[in-house]
Ligand binder design. Sequence first.
Ligand code: FES
Length: 353
Amino acid sequence: MTGTDGAEPGTAVETHAPKPVSVGVAVISDDAVENPGFPPYRPRVSDLDPAKERQNERRIFWLFLASMVGSVLAVVAYIVFPIHEGDMGSVRLNNLFLGLGFALGLLGIGFGAVHWAKSLMHGHEEVEQRHLTRGKPETVARAGEIFTIANEESGFTRRKLIRNSLIGALALAPLSALVIFRDFAPADNPVTLLKHTLWEEGVRLARDPSGAPIKASDVTLGSVFHVIPENLHESSHPLEEKAKAAVLLMRLLPEDLNVSEGREDWNFRGIVAYSKICTHVGCPVALYEQQTHHLLCPCHQSQFDITREAAVIFGPAKRPLPQLPITVDEEGYLVARSDFHEPVGPSFWERSL
Ligand code: FES
C-alpha cells in the first residue's frame, strides 16, 4: 500500500520541516536526525514460489477452520457439561472445555489473520504524514483508492477460500460468548432469590467457619464476628446460601445506636447484625473500625455507619446494609427474629417490584 500522501513505496517522503520550537531554554528541531528512508523491499519466499504461496494459503485456511471448531466446541461443552449446583467436578469440566473452545476460537482467528498478513499480503512499508483529522474530498477519494488497492494486494475478494473461512470463523466466534451471557439471566426471580435466606425466627447465629453458636455474653464491646446461620451445613447448597446469609455481628453501647421507628427490638443490648454483602456490587464487607463504628468494603471503599443503621457515608454504594433482626433464646444464644426484610446485595432492575 502507498501512503495517504500519495508517496510511492520505498521512497522517502519530502517533508516541510517546521521551524524550531523554543521550549524554555531548549530548542527542538525535527531535522536533527536525517531521515534514512525505507529499507529496500525483500521478497518473501511466498512472493517467489507459487507452491509456497498455496501452502501458506492452506495453513491460513486450517487456522480459521480450527477457530470454527473451537467456537462450536465451546457451545457443545456448555450443553454437554452443565454445571450442577454444589458439584465442583462439573464446574471444572465445564470451565475446562468451555475455556479450550474459547481459546481455540479466538487464537485461530488471531493466528490466521497474522499469518495471512505476514505471508501473503504485500509486505512493503508505508508512511502516513500527520495532518488535520478532517478529511478533504481528495483525501476521501484517496482512501477509497487505498481500499481498492488493499483489496487487490490482500486478495480478500480473490482468495475466496480464505475469505469465506475467515467470515465463517468471525460469524461463529460470538456464539461461544452468547452461551456465557445466558448465565447472567437467573432462572428465578432475583427478588425471591435474594430476599429469602436461611435466616428465620429462632435460627442461631454461628461463627464462620466453625459453625459454633454464639452467646450474647461472648460478644464483648467493640468486638466483631463473622457469622453464618447455624443450619447452613444442613443445606444442600451451602456455598450459595452462605453467599446470601453471611452477616457481621458487632456490639456497641446501646446509647450509641440511632434506632429508627419499628426497629427498636432488632438489636439485643447494643448487639447488631448486618448483611455482609455490600450493596454496591456484592463484595464481602469485612473491615470494622472499632473507634468510629464504620464498616469498610475493600472493593471500592464504600463505608457504612453502624451507629446509623449502616447508612452509607462514603463510596459508590447507594443503600444501607440490610439489618438482621436478632434476640436471644432461653439458653442465651443469639438467634434471628426473622429473615432480612429486603433483598440482600447489590441493586438490580427488579428490586423495586
Ligand atoms: S462492592 Fe463494596 S464498594 Fe463496591
